[in-house]
Design a binder for this molecule. Structure first.
Ligand SMILES: Nc1ncnc2c1ncn2[C@@H]1O[C@H](COP(=O)(O)OP(=O)(O)OP(=O)(O)O)[C@@H](O)[C@H]1O
Length: 807
């Protein structure tokens, strides 16, 4: 009689029989000895710890099982485990859930990026569960392993362990295989059902038993992965109440989609392996001090080695995941080299292109990248992620001219190295800083390298194409909202810093000359950032050999427009006068057109340049080019402003009033047109702002003018009462009407007031017995402020005295 000796899992069984008797650590279960010895005889009968049984079914399962996939297999000492004192909180939570007799769910999906430490956690957990005699079975998949990558043996292997670990399950499981030996070749769902669900369901168990499955993404074939999950998640499979399934994998799309964000009816829950800088620090500290202690060349090196600064740098580089930390420790801990020299190589690795320090890491990254079915399309996308910060998938689509949603599809297989949010607006980021270093090192990333100047130039061309000012009257509608970042905004913000980070080249000058100014005067960007952007661009252009002079002049104009906006802003919000040497702007003789711009801008003054310019474009109904010409034809920047003779105007005392009237007329036309949808259909938000900030004051400032009165009559009640500041508007119009010779015309006010929504009362204005009664201290204060602001601005910019306003 032949007999084979199998050396299988550790610790199950004792003299009373194999396994956790009566399930999970029942009374008869004995000890946790080192290993189980089976003598399986060729007749089919086998000896388990000297207890002779005829359990042919177990023999069948044993032959089919993948013993290497068990947590305590012969090779398991080489597999990752958690360093003591790391992941303690996470392990405790997992253990508590697994041991909980009444958990809310009985299936747990543990997920995290490549190298986060999932396998280490699962192995440590399996060992702890085993020690507590609560491990039903486990299976550790391994990519590329001849047996451990195979879904076909998963449930056979687990059933086999269950039969060994739980004495009372032995016979029912064995019988299934004995009755139908072909069960080991049947479908995954059938194996799960017949070998695990049914025997367990008929079994009375007092304590929970965990089934641990690690690395599902490493199992060959997406279809098989789906089959496994369906077999486990299918509610009709009706698992025994004591079984707990813990499945770990990377968040690959084919797996994540099986675990959508749970609602109350779900039978699973998700568990994210989060970064832990503290754990990585503990691990590195411990490992470095071990190397320091044990390595013969380290006796003269002072402790602690390395110093706290270097240690912290490494901790930060790890992004709080273990893969980087364990890779560098493996590299440094080599008895053939001095650890100090190896550490220096690690620190220098990214700069010098040293390959060896990151061998394991690079292999991991290469495997992930090569697993992408659309490898050839990855490079431009990766280049954008590396060189331009905070991009979402939607922005990358726009930047590279891809169809909407394409970036998300191309990156589908890279979830384990990139954090790819479900929505297209949120930023794609790398799980490990080391992945970006890898992509920027030609020796390491080879075909996926994106760090060359040629990659950056390609990106610059795409950015400039995106910011092209084709229709330069447009307003970046999507960007107007200050609260929600939109795809275009991040791209626009990247434009100048990115272009000016490249070596100056005339090749980029033509598209730089075509950039839409809306992408320069950006929403939500501070004055400081804009100032520095414009200065950087001018200095970059100045360094371009043989740059077309027109481009430099154009950007100098933008700089001047910025200075003007800043002067208005300062006059409005920081009244102390500017001292010589600051960016002064000197407008001693503005043309009537420029005066319109100045009055308009001072009314719509905002903390943000873009808002000022966007409003003025609408207010005056001009294009960016027209606005630039109006402002810059008078350009004269000088740190020591000179006084020039005052210009002559046809109504010198009243010029500002006529200017206000002209703007008010344009503004009402734009608003009325917009309301009926006849013209630009500009963002309503802009109109509301203009009505709130400018229109009432422009009207009040105007001379008593029948044309303006007529125009005001075109504001119907639905338009007027849609204004957020309708009351304020009526108040200032009523004030304006007082300036008419022969007393105010009341019909307009009465018409508007009669058309208001029933129930709304006007607190500021009343028409009583044919007379307007009005008073509002808040409105009067606003009015006073507007006049002060203008006068301050006039002082800053040296406008002629007759342009200053009486209060
Ligand atoms: N808690 C830990 N203590 C010490 N080393 C760890 C720890 N966690 C992970 N490691 C080490 O980090 C490396 C990656 O860990 P592991 O293989 O567990 O990651 P993973 O998330 O399973 O990765 P993958 O998705 O590629 O399978 C391994 O070398 C492992 O030894």
């Amino acid at each position: 009689m032949n007999s084979y000796h199998y050396y299988v899992t550790g610790g199950t069984g004792g003299a009373g029989g194999p396994g956790y008797e009566n399930g999970a650590g029942g009374a008869g279960g004995q000890g946790t000895g080192p290993s189980l010895n089976f003598d399986i005889q060729s007749s089919g009968s086998f000896t388990v710890n000297n207890v002779q049984q005829r359990e042919r079914g177990i023999d069948i399962l044993h032959r089919a099982a993948t013993l290497e996939a068990i947590h305590d297999s012969t090779d398991s000492f080489m597999e990752p485990k958690c360093h003591p004192e790391t992941r303690t909180g996470m392990l405790k939570d997992l253990l508590t859930w697994a041991l909980d007799p009444h958990p809310k769910t009985t299936i747990l999906w543990l997920y995290g990026p490549a190298g986060a430490g999932k396998t280490a956690i699962m192995r440590t957990l399996a060992t702890q569960l085993h020690e507590k005699r609560r491990l039903g079975g486990c299976f550790f998949f391994k990519r590329g392993h001849v047996a451990r990558n195979n879904a076909r043996t998963l449930f056979t292997t687990i059933a086999y362990q269950l039969a060994l670990n739980v004495k009372s399950l032995q016979t029912p499981i064995s019988r299934v295989a004995e009755k139908n030996p072909s069960i080991v070749g049947l479908s995954i769902g059938t194996q799960m059902q017949q070998l695990i669900s049914e025997p367990c369901r008929t079994h009375e168990n007092r304590r929970s038993l965990a089934i641990v499955i690690d690395g599902l993404d490493e199992c060959d074939g997406h279809a098989f992965q789906g089959e496994i999950l369906r077999a486990i998640l299918n509610p009709s499979s009706n698992h025994a109440i004591f079984l707990r399934f813990i499945i770990a994998s990377r968040p690959e799309p084919q797996i994540s989609k099986m675990f959508p964000l749970p609602d109350h009816s779900c039978n699973y829950h998700r568990f994210n392996v989060e970064q832990s800088f503290d754990d990585v620090r503990k691990y590195l500290c411990h490992e470095f001090s071990r190397i320091h202690r044990d390595h013969p060349t380290m006796t003269k090196i002072p402790s602690p080695w390395p110093g706290p600064r270097v240690l912290e740098e490494l901790v930060q580089k790890s992004s709080g995941y273990f893969i980087y930390a364990s890779t560098i420790i493996k590299f440094i801990d080599d008895e053939n080299y001095r650890p100090t020299a190896r550490l220096a190589l690690v620190q220098d690795g990214n700069r010098t292109g040293s390959e060896s320090a990151f061998g394991a890491l690079d292999q991991l990254y290469m495997t992930v990248l090569r697993s992408s079915p659309r490898q050839s399309e990855l490079t431009p996308i990766l280049s954008a992620i590396v060189h331009l910060e905070e991009l979402g998938a939607g922005e990358i689509d726009l930047l590279l001219g891809l169809e909407e949603g394409e970036t998300g599809l191309i990156l589908r297989n890279l979830q384990s190295v990139l954090e790819i949010p479900a929505d297209d607006d949120s930023e794609i980021s790398s799980h490990h800083a080391s992945f970006l270093d890898f992509l920027c090192n030609a020796n390491r990333s080879q075909a996926f390298y994106v760090g060359s100047s040629h990659h950056r130039m390609d990106l610059a061309r795409c950015l400039l194409k995106f910011c092209f000012g084709g229709d330069n009257r447009r307003i970046l509608k999507g960007e107007y909202s200050k609260t929600r970042p939109t795809p275009r905004r991040t791209l626009s913000q990247a434009l100048i810093p990115f272009i000016t980070s490249l070596p100056p080249t005339s090749e980029l000058c033509p598209p730089i000359g075509l950039v839409d100014p809306s992408y320069i005067f950006l929403p939500n960007v501070s004055w400081g950032v804009l100032d520095s952007n414009l200065k950087c661009m001018l200095s970059w252009l100045a360094k371009v050999p043989s740059a077309p002079p027109g481009v430099f002049t154009l950007w100098s104009d933008y700089s001047y427009m910025f200075l003007l906006a800043k002067a208005i802003y300062r006059a409005s919000f920081h009244p102390p006068p500017m001292s010589p040497g600051q960016d002064c702007i000197n407008i001693t003789s503005p043309s009537p057109k420029l005066l319109q711009v100045l009055v308009g801008v001072s009314f719509v003054c905002s903390t943000y340049t873009d808002v000022m310019f966007q409003h003025i474009l609408v207010l005056l109904d001009v294009t960016w080019d027209e606005l630039r010409t109006i402002i810059c034809s008078h350009r004269s920047i000088s740190p020591e402003p000179r006084r020039e003779s005052a210009p002559q105007y046809s109504h010198p005392d009243e010029i500002y009033r006529w200017v206000s009237r002209d703007i008010a007329l344009r503004c009402i036309r734009a608003i009325v047109d917009n309301h009926v949808g006849a013209a630009s259909s500009l963002p309503d938000e802009i109109h509301q702002e203009i009505v709130r900030k400018a229109l009432p004051f422009l009207v009040r400032w105007s001379p008593p003018c029948p044309a303006l009165y007529q125009k005001l009559c075109s504001i119907t009640c639905p338009i007027l009462w849609a204004f957020e500041s309708a009351e304020s508007f009526i108040y200032h119009v009523a004030k304006w009407l007082e300036s008419f010779p022969g007393g105010p015309k009341l019909e307009l006010i009465t018409f508007w007031m009669n058309g208001r929504t029933p129930g709304e009362s006007m607190s500021n204005v009343k028409v009583i017995e044919g007379r307007i009664h009005h008073y509002s201290s808040a409105e009067e204060m606003q009015w006073g402020k507007k006049i002060d602001r203008w006068n301050d601005f006039a002082a800053y910019t040296l406008l002629p005295d007759q342009l200053k306003l009486p209060l």
